[in-house]
Ligand binder design. Sequence first.
Ligand code: PEP
Ligand code: MG
Length: 327
Amino acid sequence: QRRRLVAVAALPAITDDGVAISLNANIDLPAEVDEARALGADGVGLLRTEIQFMNREDLPDEDAQYEMLRAVVEGLDGRTVTIRTLDIGGDKRAPALAAHFPEGPNPALGLRAIRYSLKVPRLFETQVAAILRAGAHGSIRILLPMLTSVGEMRQARNIIQRTARRLRRQGVAIADPLPPIGAMIETPAAALGADALADHSDFFAIGTNDLTMYTLAIDRSDEQVASLYNPFHPAVLRLIVFAVTAARERGIPISVCGEIAGDPRYTALLLGLGLRELSMSPGSLPRVKERLRAVDVAEAQTLAARSVAAHDAAHVMVLVEHFNASL
Ligand code: PEP
Ligand code: MG
């Protein structure tokens, strides 16, 4: 079984009709780099940084953050690592921060991710400094989570530029030129405003986990409604189309890094919606590659058009199952 997975990793990620797809890994730690490479990742499409802040009472300092990031960047040997800034809050808790900012009445709609970073700039600047320093050792991109407005992107970009200027003044080696700065598309506001956001972003990464949750107003961790959580919902697909169209018009790269990117049931649909870059947990790479190699993109576009126009998720699921069964 292992031998088969590694054999698939050596095959090119090209669809049946010759369209090249970039497959990347979602990871949390340097220890996952070897597995990602063994299973054929082109790079890291999502490095979640919050793990270093969870399950401990204090905060990691700049050097500790830098060492962790550098280990990943060096392990990727020149392939690009997309480093996401802190996505703390909601279901991801950092005890050291919770002490200063008690949880609000509705954590999923509260102080989370980029909102935290902009509210506590010192925390953000420390992380940005660690990221920029790690960028001196390879190719990186900086990804901002949970954006809902252009203003957040502008503010974050200012802080990143300011931090870079300070480090250069101090003679510290950092990424040069400044790395691309991208937006997670994981709120309906970001998806519907993707055209405006694209003017201020160097790339997009669609986070379908949160995008589905916020679009359908369903918390997956709430057992009583979890069964209603469904990324096949046409409303979610339409938001993805919005983001893909905006990215294409502005000529910026766009990927999907939510769970569905690693679920082969969704592969044809995502390719049909226009995506050419997917990022997933390393273990999913071979299965998704096997699937995409069987897909004809022109046919997948017809599937996507029908799915976007469908009346409900159940109908989309029938269309998708029928399509996948024919591969
Ligand atoms: C997402 O929301 O789809 C995503 C990739 O981010 P996370 O799962 O870390 O919230
Ligand atoms: Mg998310």
